[in-house]
Design a binder for this molecule. Structure first.
Ligand SMILES: [Zn+2]
Length: 391
């Protein structure tokens, strides 16, 4: 087993979840197809040498990204605020008017268009999942292909890549490829990923998903870029600390930065401690819910899980005995009437709870406890609310 960032071999086992859906945000039209959904193993390993976590059982062949893959958060107002702020910050840093910006994994080009509008740059995106018309529209063009070496001929002043590196099994090789494509130009880069330290601190054990094979920390993200031949100017927290954004620039071979992050930027021992606490939290949460649910099943009662997002889907797929869970409840009408990959649980509307009459409602995000309790009261559902809290 080899760390995909630093090639270290002394990795620490963090946790194993044997049968997780490979795409946990895709719901199915019937129970049979949901149960037949492809699953994979999550075998999370921590590298104490560089601070990276990765799923050692990840198999890229199980995930075929295509035009039906949809993970855009662009419709959420909070996310729109964030992307606008980011576009303005990138323009302030790089003075992008009239410059060329390339975006790797640009999706439908939403962010590039936003950036072009704010800054006056020309944008070119690369994404095999692009569904729009070919050609340039306004200042932005999206090529429906993955970014690769042969895009090197398309010169760019800034290369962006947001929320893609954590999906790539060999991120170090990928970043080296980007560096080769830049050649002897001094192109700037901005790469954004989820911050694994946030998940570890927050004990977000249900937030680990198969699509994310890599979990970057400030330490491992910095290392990947320095070793590939980039100067790292800043690694900043973003989106309430949930993301990391790396600002860098292709370094000339002569001015090559030292390979390791400077000691003041690193806290590998602290990360190791967070990993151990996370492992304990995971074991105790699983044990807690297993015993709650088998107790319910024994007494012939049932529960529902509030929320059919990645947390709810991860929870039901982690439990060995999920018979006491009747359904997952979701306020999103698009999800209602569909079925959860792996376990095949139905997704119902809150109004359906009056007929299901659950004895317990499991709430996985403590922030929604009061809101959900009020909705249950409004529906006349007298279930006990159980909240997934830090052990
Ligand atoms: Zn490593």
């Amino acid at each position: 087993m080899i760390c995909p960032v630093c090639a270290g071999t002394d990795l620490i086992h963090c946790l194993t979840i044997p049968r997780v859906p490979v795409l946990c945000n895709v719901l199915f039209p019937d129970r049979e197809s949901a149960r037949a959904a492809p699953t994979g193993t999550l075998d999370l390993r921590f590298c104490p040498g560089c601070g990276h976590l990765h799923n050692a059982a990840f198999d890229p062949k199980t995930l075929a990204y295509s035009a039906d893959y949809e993970n855009s958060l662009h419709h959420s107002p909070r996310f729109q605020d964030y992307t606008q702020t980011l576009a303005a910050a990138l323009h302030a840093r790089h003075r992008l008017d009239g410059k060329r910006v390339a975006e790797i994994a640009s999706g439908q080009g939403d962010f590039l268009r936003e950036l072009a509008e704010i800054s006056g740059c020309h944008g070119i995106g690369f994404d095999p999942a692009y569904r729009g018309p070919a050609g340039e529209h306004g200042r932005v063009e999206v090529i429906p292909e993955p970014y690769s070496d042969h895009q090197a001929r398309r010169e760019a002043d800034l290369i962006l890549c947001r929320h893609a590196l954590e999906h790539i099994a060999q991120p170090a090789a990928f970043v080296r490829m980007v560096r080769r494509a830049i050649g002897d130009r001094s192109t700037a880069v901005y790469f954004e990923v989820p911050d694994a330290r946030f998940t570890l601190r927050d004990l977000g054990v249900w937030d680990l998903i198969y699509e994310h094979c890599g979990y970057f920390t400030r330490e491992s993200l910095t290392r990947v870029f320095r070793e590939a031949g980039f100067r790292v100017d800043a690694v900043e927290g973003a989106f309430g600390g949930q993301f990391l954004g790396l600002h860098g620039r292709a370094a000339s071979p002569r001015s090559q930065a030292p390979h390791l992050a400077s000691p003041e930027d690193q806290d590998l021992a602290g990360l190791g401690e967070l990993v151990r606490a996370f492992r304990r939290a995971y074991a105790s949460k699983v044990a807690h819910w297993e015993s709650e649910l088998s107790e319910l099943a024994r007494s012939g009662r049932q529960a529902v899980v509030w929320g059919a997002g990645s947390k709810g889907v991860s929870l039901v797929n982690t439990l060995t005995d999920f018979g006491a869970i009747a359904a997952l409840v979701d306020i999103n009408p698009v999800k209602q009437g569909r079925f959860v990959p792996g376990t095949g649980h139905p997704v119902v509307a809150p109004a359906d709870l009056a007929a299901i009459r659950p004895d317990r409602v499991l709430v996985l995000n403590p922030q929604y406890r009061d809101e959900i309790a009020a909705q249950l009261q409004g529906l006349g559902v007298r279930a006990e609310v159980l909240v997934d809290e830090a052990p």
